[in-house]
Design a protein around this ligand. Structure first.
Ligand SMILES: O=C(O)C1=C[C@@H](OP(=O)(O)O)[C@@H](O)[C@H](O)C1
Ligand SMILES: C=C(OP(=O)(O)O)C(=O)O
Length: 448
C-alpha cells in the first residue's frame, strides 16, 4: 500500500533487452544498523548511501523518539548525534516500525537494558509476525514484555533495571535475533555471548567493532561463538553504506531471463553472509562476472556485469546456504520457473514468518501464472518451463519482495502479470520502478 493506504496495482509485460547501469539503493540491513549504532554512540555519525526506504525512515524516526538527533543532509546523506550506550530517553509516543521486522527487533534489543519503557507497533504484516523470538532472550537480561497473544505487536517492553549479561544459543538462524541480543548486551556488564549454529549476516558484529566495541568471533564445532564485552563507549563514525545485494537481485535476475539483456550493477556488497543467491545463480549457469572487487565501508563490494543466460538449469540449494540468501528465495523461484529442470530450495521455513508467508505467497502466485511446484514446510520445489504463461493477478500480501518478484516474472511471461499492490516496494526499493524503466522494462501502474 502507499503511505496513505491506497493499493497501487501494477503490471509487467514482455520487454525487450534490459540494458544499462542499475544503481540500486543502499543496503537495508546496514542502513538500520548505522542509525541505531549512531544513536547509541557519543558524538556524530555521518552516513552516506543510506537507503531512504520506508523501513529505514521509520527507524530514523524511532531513534529521534529515543532522544538521538537524526538529520537528513542530502540524498542518502544523514547525520546522527547519539546519546551513548544506556542513554536512550523514554519515548513519549508509540514507536511505529511500519513494515520492518529488522527495525522493531533491533530497536527492542537496543532499549532492552536501559530502565525505560516503550510500546511498539507496526502495520498489519508486522503485527502478525512473531516477537517471542526476541523477547525470550531479552527476558534473560531482565527485560519484561507484554504484547498480544502469540507474542505479537503491539507490545510494551520495560527495560532491565540491573541487566545481567547473557549466553544464548540461537534457536533459529536469524540475524535479527542475534543482533537484538548483542545490542542488549551493550548495556550489560561483562560478556554477552551469542552462539549461532548456522552463520547469519554479520553486519552487526562488523559495525559494532567499527564503532569501538570489543567483539570476538570464534568458529567452533557448535557454530559461530560471538562474544561482546559490555558497556563500551561507542563513538560516532563515518559509515559508507554499500549497495544492497537483496535489491540488486531483482534487476540481476531480470537481466538473466530477458533475452538479449546486459546490465551492470555497480558497488554491490559481496559480504559472504549475503552471497547465497549469486553462488546459486552461478551454479545454474548464469553469466555474471564480479568486476573491480574492493572494500568499501568495511564490506567487500564489486561491480556486477550480468548477461542474458539462455541455458539456466535447476539446482538444489542446501540447508546451510539458506541464511545467506533468505530474502532472495522469492526471486530465485522466478528464475527457477524460467530454467530447465527442477530447482529444490531446502531449509526455507523461516520464509513463513517474513512480511508474508513467502512460500505460500510465491506458490499461489506461481500456480496462478501456470508454474508447477511442490511445497513442504521447509522445502520449496519449482519446475522450470520454456515460457511461463502468466496472465494472472498475484497478491503481494504487504510484501515488497513478493511484489517485485512477480513483476520480474511478468517481463518474460507470455501474457502480462499484475500485482494487486506494488506499494510495499517503497519499504526497501523506492526507486525500483524508475530503475527498471531506465533499463527498458515495461512495468506500469494500472489505471484506478
Ligand atoms: O538482520 C537483518 O538485517 C535481516 C535479517 C533477516 O531476517 P531474520 O533475522 O529474521 O532471518 C532478513 O530476512 C531481513 O531482511 C534483514
Ligand atoms: C524480511 C525482510 O525484512 P524485515 O524482516 O526487516 O521486515 C526483507 O526485507 O525481506
Amino acid at each position: 500500500m502507499s503511505a496513505h493506504g491506497t493499493p497501487i496495482p501494477m503490471t509487467a509485460r514482455a520487454s525487450g533487452p534490459l540494458t544499462g547501469v542499475a544503481e540500486v539503493p543502499g543496503d537495508k540491513s546496514i542502513s538500520h544498523r548505522a542509525l541505531i549504532l549512531g544513536a547509541l554512540s557519543v558524538g556524530e555519525t555521518h552516513v552516506t548511501g543510506l537507503l531512504e526506504g520506508q523501513d529505514v525512515l521509520d527507524t530514523a524516526e524511532a531513534m529521534r523518539a529515543f532522544g538521538a538527533e537524526v538529520t537528513r543532509v542530502g540524498t542518502g546523506e544523514w547525520r546522527v548525534h547519539g546519546v551513548g550506550v544506556g542513554g536512550f530517553a523514554e519515548p513519549q509516543q508509540v514507536i511505529d516500525c511500519g513494515n520492518s521486522g529488522t527495525g522493531v527487533r533491533l530497536i527492542m534489543g537496543a532499549m532492552a537494558t536501559t530502565p525505560i519503557s516503550a510500546t511498539f507497533t507496526g502495520d498489519a504484516s508486522l503485527n502478525s509476525r512473531p516477537m517471542g523470538r526476541i523477547t525470550d532472550p531479552l527476558a534473560l537480561f531482565g527485560t519484561q514484555a507484554v504484547g498480544r497473544a502469540g507474542g505479537r505487536l503491539p507490545m510494551t517492553l520495560v527495560g532491565a533495571e540491573s541487566p545481567v549479561p547473557v549466553r544464548y544459543t540461537l534457536p533459529m538462524p536469524s540475524a535479527q535475533v542475534k543482533s537484538a541480543v548483542l545490542l542488549a548486551g551493550l548495556n550489560a556488564p561483562g560478556d554477552t555471548v551469542v552462539i549461532e549454529p548456522e552463520a547469519t549476516r554479520d553486519h552487526t558484529e562488523r559495525m559494532l567493532r567499527g564503532f569501538g566495541a570489543q567483539v570476538a568471533v570464534e568458529d567452533t564445532d557448535a557454530g559461530r561463538v560471538i562474544t561482546l564485552t559490555g558497556q563500551p563507549e561507542l563513538t560516532g563514525q563515518r559509515v559508507a553504506v554499500p549497495r544492497d545485494p537483496s535489491s540488486a537481485a531483482f534487476p540481476v535476475c531480470a537481466a538473466l531471463i530477458v533475452p538479449g539483456s546486459e546490465i551492470t550493477v555497480p558497488g554491490v556488497s559481496r559480504n559472504p553472509t549475503r552471497d547465497g543467491l549469486f553462488v546459486t545463480l552461478l551454479e545454474m549457469g548464469a553469466d555474471i562476472t564480479f568486476e573491480n572487487p574492493r572494500e568499501e565501508g568495511g564490506e567487500p563490494v564489486a561491480d556486477l556485469r550480468v548477461r542474458y543466460s539462455p541455458d539456466l538449469h535447476g539446482v538444489e540449494t542446501p540447508v546451510e546456504r539458506a541464511a545467506s540468501m533468505i530474502d532472495e528465495f522469492p526471486v530465485l523461484s522466478v528464475v527457477a520457473a524460467c530454467a530447465k529442470g527442477t530447482t529444490v530450495m531446502r531449509g526455507v521455513k523461516e520464509l513463513r514468518v517474513k512480511e508474508s508467508d513467502r512460500i505460500d505467497a510465491m506458490a499461489r502466485g506461481l500456480e496462478a501464472c501456470g508454474v508447477r511446484l511442490e511445497e513442504e514446510d521447509d522445502v520449496f520445489t519449482v519446475h522450470g518451463m520454456a515460457q511461463v504463461p502468466g496472465g494472472a493477478t498475484t497478491h503481494s500480501r504487504l510484501d515488497h519482495r513478493i511484489a517485485m518478484s512477480f513483476l520480474v516474472l511478468g517481463l518474460v511471461s507470455k501474457s502480462p502479470i499484475s500485482v494487486d499492490d506494488g506499494g510495499p516496494i517503497a519499504t526497501s526499493f523506492p526507486t525500483f520502478e524508475g530503475l527498471m524503466d531506465g533499463l527498458g522494462a515495461i512495468i506500469s501502474r494500472d489505471p484506478a
